[in-house]
Each structure stands twice: as C-alpha cells, then as structure tokens.
Ligand binder design. Structure first.
Ligand code: IMP
Length: 197
C-alpha cells in the first residue's frame, strides 16, 4: 500500500494531533489537522472506539478530498466497569477540564468501595484513503491509576495512569518514552505494517 503524500489528522484535540504528528514525522507526510482546515467535528455516535474512529476519518476524507487519519481513544477503568471508555472526552465537560474528569474518576471509584485500581488506555486509529474506504487498527496498554495526579507531560488522563511495570505516570514520561509503549503507538505500528509495500 502506498503512503498518501498529504493527510488530514481528523481531530480537534491538540494533544492527539501533536502525538499523531510526532508518530508520523519519520514518514515525510504533509499533515494538516481538521481544525486547521475548518472541518466540522462529527457527532461521535458510534458504540465503540473503532466505530467512532471510522466515522471521524470518513467524514474528514469526504469533506477535504484528502486521505484522513482519525483516532478514537479513552481510558477504561475496571472498577467502573470500563467507564469512562468512549465517553472519556465527555467526562471533562464542555470546558475540557481534565482535572475535573480525573477527580470524578477518583470519586466514582471511592463510591464503588473497590480497591481495584487497574485500568487501560485504548486507541483505535482509522485511515480513510478515500471517502468510502477505511482501515482500522487498535492498540491498548494496561496499568494502574494513581491519585493525586502526577506530572505535566502528555494530555488528558496521563497524570493518573501508571503503565504496568512502571513507577511513573504517563504525565511524568517524556513524549519519546510514551511513544515507545503507548496504546496510540501500538495502533500506529499496525498501521505502518499495513502500509508497507
Ligand atoms: P475522543 O477520542 O476524542 O473521544 O477523546 C478521547 C479522550 O480520551 C481524550 O480527550 C483524552 O482525555 C483521553 N485519552 C485518549 N488517549 C489518551 C492518552 O494518550 N493520554 C491521556 N488521555 C487520553
């Protein structure tokens, strides 16, 4: 499969756009974000990560006439039976306040009475080469939650997520270290395999 020369990163989340741009940097692809092109954000009506990633990639490819790469991702907390999951962004409210969202997670776990702090990040990446052709790849990483949040790197829920076998939270990882093991990097390496001639 041939790599597209120009790609829309179908996201309005600056943290994700930055990470996907960093992961794509060795491939010399011209990247533009959906926000830069003024593309509308489609409603995420899918029932799982892949369905949402596909609808975002296809909508961006349709609106721009370019290949598009979308990411739908989130944090699944075992004690909350997988919540916030596909609603991870929405738990931060319209202000996108992740300090609030992280506090909510801590409080909801306390309410369950559970001592289980295990969680995982999931990332579905969908590549729409045309407006009706989409390929999807899923990566996950397991870990445990830590409270209070730690570190200023990354975005979203990174400061409360400690990957299995690590002592530091993703918020304390520098970007290159996170890219070596993250859910997004794992989905991305499958995408690269798929694109290899
Ligand atoms: P959506 O895919 O646009 O629905 O948003 C997913 C949400 O999950 C993001 O806004 C983040 O809060 C969270 N999320 C996804 N990936 C990561 C990550 O790598 N680190 C921290 N939070 C993440």
């Amino acid at each position: 499969m041939k790599l597209p020369k120009k790609l829309v990163i179908a996201s309005h989340n600056s943290g994700k756009v930055r990470e996907i741009g960093e992961l794509l940097s060795p491939f010399k692809i011209i990247c533009v974000s959906a926000a830069e092109l003024g593309l509308p954000e489609p409603e995420e009506t899918g029932k799982n990560f892949v369905a949402n990633a596909e609808l975002k990639a296809l909508a961006a490819a349709r609106a721009s006439g370019l290949a598009a790469l979308a990411d739908d991702s989130g944090l699944e907390v075992s004690a909350l039976r997988g919540a916030p999951g596909i609603y991870s962004a929405r738990w931060a409210g319209p202000e996108k306040d992740f300090n609030f969202a992280m506090k909510q997670i801590e409080e909801q776990i306390k309410l369950t009475g559970s001592k289980d702090m295990s969680a995982r990040f999931v990332c579905a990446l969908s590549l729409a080469l045309t407006a009706d052709q989409c390929h999807s790849f899923v990566g996950t990483i397991d870990g445990n939650l830590c409270f209070p949040p730690r570190g200023n790197f990354g975005f979203g829920y990174d400061p409360i997520f400690v990957p299995t076998g690590e002592r530091r939270s993703f918020g304390e990882f520098d970007p290159a270290e996170k890219h070596a093991i993250s859910h997004r990097a794992k989905a991305f390496s499958q995408l690269v395999e798929f694109l290899k001639p």
